[in-house]
Design a protein around this ligand. Structure first.
Ligand code: NAD
Ligand code: ZN
Length: 362
């Protein structure tokens, strides 16, 4: 079992990572003293596969609990679903010492965190992430949100959990595509902040894809540490530091949007977006070719895409302009100067961006 501390004054908390640790969660909850009734947000699929162990935890700890299941789609991240849950939560909250558990991937985590942030102006919540993406990314850092028709994650708050509890054993039942999508974010952490993690991924990717315990635990712990350190320095994304986590996401989001959020999963689009950012970095002479080749090789052996299929350059550029991070004629990219070294660059010539995207179109 490993622990990563995220220090945010009175909002500090631990990220606990280990294999088969779910049975010990009760002790952690008792120690936190956050309440006696758990409102567990999850979905049917995750509940069917993994809830037995969790239920045992609550029964043994003498805690009252109830499961609330949301549909297994991004559409669950809506104001309507959130307010339905809030009404149910208020009915459940008789003893007035209720806390929330997010038991699922990023969708469940974002909705549950949002509920926790607004009900009674904030009640405690715990993230028990069940996807690799959620363990290394969405469960950490306190960004909670639901979507609007106008765009993703438009309604939400910065609201930190009291604990993130990542049992890597839960990842065994993930589909390979989901696993790879989480790995895209792990590769991102290596590129932006940690060349040792990048080296580790290059050496150990077969063990990771084979779900070897110690390999999973290592990458989740390392990625959690990197995200924690970035969030500590810029909790609310106001200091231009947290923005480095968007490496690969500017064009990645455009690819997701251009495919109508159907063709590519998030991690796949981010893998492609990272390759575009690498190309721009090389074109602007920030980066030597060898690093770019290593990144492409790693992305390929992890089974992530390296070529954009069935999308035109025009559709991606159009989606890129619509992105909320792209204001007027100004653009802003997270680029790299080497493994572990980022550089924020604004107003890049559109021709350079276009060439970099075109170089990835199959
Ligand atoms: N808050 C943040 O900082 C942040 C960061 C990144 C992404 N996100 C959000 O996260 C969401 C994506 O999260 P995700 O990739 O985890 O997707 P997800 O929550 O939709 O989960 C993906 C799929 O895996 C299934 N699943 C989950 N755990 C499983 C398990 N252990 N075994 C088998 N199947 C399992 C789910 O039921 C679902 O079908 C997006 O809405 C995105 O906006 C938020
Ligand atoms: Zn991402």
């Amino acid at each position: 079992m490993r622990t990563v501390r995220i220090s945010l004054k009175e909002r500090s908390y631990n990220i606990v990572i280990g294999n088969s640790i779910l049975n010990l969660l009760g002790k952690f909850i008792t120690r936190l003293d956050i309440g006696t009734s758990a409102y567990i947000v999850s979905n049917r699929k995750i509940k069917n596969i993994h809830a037995k162990a969790l239920t045992k935890v609550f029964s043994r700890a003498g805690l009252e609990f109830t499961y609330r299941l949301i549909a297994d789609t991004e559409e669950s991240k809506s104001v309507e679903v959130a307010f339905r849950l809030i009404n149910e939560l208020a009915r459940f909250d008789k003893a007035r010492r209720v806390f929330i558990i997010a038991f699922g991937g990023g969708v469940v985590g974002d909705v549950a965190g949002f509920l926790a942030s607004i009900y009674k102006r904030g009640i405690p919540y715990i993230q028990v992430p069940t996807t690799l993406l959620a363990q290394v990314d969405s469960a950490i850092g306190g960004k909670t949100a639901v979507d609007l028709i106008q765009g993703k994650n438009l309604v939400g708050a910065f609201y930190q959990p009291r604990l993130v509890y990542s049992d890597t054993r839960l990842l065994r039942t993930l589909g390979i595509r989901q696993l790879r999508c989480g790995l895209a974010e792990v590769v991102k952490y290596g590129i932006i902040r940690d060349r040792n993690l990048f080296n580790y991924l290059e050496k150990n990717y077969p063990r990771i894809l084979a779900l070897k315990e110690e390999a999973l635990e290592f990458i989740v712990a390392r990625a959690s540490y990197i995200k924690a350190k970035v969030v500590e320095k810029d909790e609310r994304e106001t200091k231009g530091i947290r923005v480095i986590l968007n490496f690969g996401h500017t064009i990645g989001h455009a690819i997701e949007a251009a495919s109508g959020y159907k063709g590519y999963h998030h991690g796949e689009a981010i893998a492609l977006g990272m390759l575009v950012a690498v190309r721009i970095s090389s074109k602007l002479n920030f980066l030597n070719r060898g690093v770019g080749e290593r990144i492409e090789h790693l992305i390929r052996v992890l089974g992530l895409p390296t070529k954009i299929k069935k999308l035109s350059l025009e559709s991606i550029i159009k989606a890129h302009y619509r992105d909320k991070k792209f204001i007027g004629p100004k653009n802003r990219f997270v680029l790299i100067e080497g493994l572990g070294r980022t550089k924020i660059v604004e107003n890049i010539d559109l021709a350079v961006i276009k060439e970099a995207i075109a170089s990835r179109i199959a």
